[in-house]
Design a binder for this molecule. Structure first.
Ligand code: NCD
Length: 308
C-alpha cells in the first residue's frame, strides 16, 4: 500500500498532502470512467454498510451509488429507528455486528466523536459521514474537488463561508482542509453562530470575520452558503430568530465576481433563492455530482483498490 493510505476516514486532520492529491486524481479518473461507461468492477464482491443515525439524502445515496458504480453491494440502514438501535443496542455492538457482514461501514451519527468510537471497535474501515457538530471529512474532499473543477486552482483564492459556522460540520472540515493551500478565509455569521474557537486555532490561513454578507461578497472567489442547523438548537425560538440571517438573492449575486463560484453542501432552505440556480456561477448541483466521484475514490482507497 502507498504510504498515503488510511484505514479509517475520521477527520480531515488525518489527511496528508499526498492523500489529498491521490483522492482528487482518483476522483477525476472515476469521473471519466462513469461518464464514458457507467463505472467499473473494481469493488466486485465487496459489501458496504450505510449506517445513518441522522437524516441524509446526498451522503447516503452518493456512497451507495459509488459502491454500485464500482461493482459492489450496499446494506442500507438509512433509518436506525427500524434497526436494533431502537431496542437500545449500543453503537459499539451495532458496529461489531455489521462488520461481520461488510467490508466498510459509512457512519453518520449525532454525537461528535462517534466515528472515532466506532473505529476503536471495528476491524473494517469506518468512514465518518458526519459526526454531530464535529466533522464531515468526505464532504470537505468533495468541496475541494468542486473548487478545483470550478476555479481550476485552490491557491490564491478567497473562500467565504456563510451561515451557521458554529454547528456546521462541513465548514469545520473544509476550513481545516484548506490548511494544505494558501487561501484567504472570510467567515460571515452572527456573533453567536461564529466558527468555534477550537477550529479557528487550527487554521493556518488568514481569516476575516464579517457579520454582513454584502461586505464579504465582492472579494470572494468562492461563496460557501450553509443551512442554519435547526436540529442543533435547544431553543427553537433561537433557531427561528436565525433562519433568515443570510439569504443569497438574485439581487445580491450582482456583488459576486463574474468568475465566482456559489457552493452549498445542501439541503438548502432559505439561504439561496431558487432564482440563483440558473446563474452559471451556482455550482451546488454540480457539487452533488462531484461527490459521487470523490466517494468512489474514497471507497476504493479504504478497500485497497479491490485487492483482498
Ligand atoms: C450537510 C450535513 O449533513 O452536514 N449535508 C450534507 O452532508 N451534504 C449539511 C447540512 O445538513 O446542512
Amino acid at each position: 500500500m502507498p504510504n498515503s493510505s488510511l484505514k479509517h476516514i475520521l477527520t480531515v486532520e488525518q489527511f496528508s498532502a499526498d492523500f489529498i492529491s491521490t483522492i482528487l486524481n482518483e476522483a477525476a479518473a472515476h469521473q471519466k470512467n462513469v461518464q464514458a461507461k457507467g463505472g467499473s468492477k473494481k469493488l466486485d464482491s465487496f459489501v458496504s454498510t450505510n449506517l445513518f443515525y441522522e437524516p441524509s439524502t446526498r451522503t447516503s445515496s452518493s456512497f451507495a451509488a459509488a459502491m454500485y458504480r464500482l461493482g459492489g453491494q450496499v446494506i442500507g440502514i438509512n433509518d436506525v429507528a427500524y434497526s436494533s438501535v431502537a431496542k437500545g443496542e449500543t453503537l459499539e455492538d451495532t458496529i461489531r455486528t455489521l462488520e461481520q457482514y461488510s467490508d466498510v461501514i459509512v457512519l453518520r451519527h449525532p454525537d461528535k466523536g462517534a466515528a472515532a468510537l466506532a473505529a476503536s471497535v471495528s476491524s473494517v474501515p469506518i468512514i465518518n459521514a458526519g459526526d454531530g457538530t464535529g466533522e464531515h471529512p468526505t464532504q470537505a474532499l468533495l468541496d475541494l474537488y468542486t473548487i478545483m473543477q470550478e476555479q481550476g486552482k485552490i491557491d490564491g483564492l478567497t473562500i467565504t463561508m456563510v451561515g451557521d459556522l458554529k454547528h456546521g460540520r462541513t465548514v469545520h472540515s473544509l476550513s481545516k482542509l484548506l490548511n494544505h493551500y494558501k487561501v484567504t478565509l472570510q467567515f460571515v455569521s452572527t456573533e453567536d453562530l461564529s466558527m468555534p474557537e477550537d477550529v479557528c486555532q487550527k487554521l493556518t490561513n488568514p481569516m476575516t470575520r464579517f457579520t454582513d454578507l454584502t461586505s464579504a461578497l465582492p472579494t470572494s472567489d468562492v461563496v460557501y452558503m450553509t443551512r442554519i442547523q435547526k436540529e442543533r438548537f435547544k431553543d427553537l425560538d433561537e433557531y427561528h430568530a436565525h433562519k433568515d440571517d443570510y439569504v443569497l438573492s438574485e439581487n445580491l449575486m450582482r456583488l459576486v465576481k463574474k468568475t465566482g463560484t456559489i457552493m452549498h453542501p445542501l439541503p438548502r432552505l432559505n439561504e439561496i433563492e431558487q432564482e440563483v440556480d440558473n446563474d452559471p456561477r451556482a455550482a451546488y448541483f454540480r457539487q452533488v455530482q462531484y461527490g459521487l466521484y470523490v466517494r468512489m475514490a474514497l471507497l476504493a482507497h479504504v478497500l485497497n483498490g479491490g485487492e483482498r
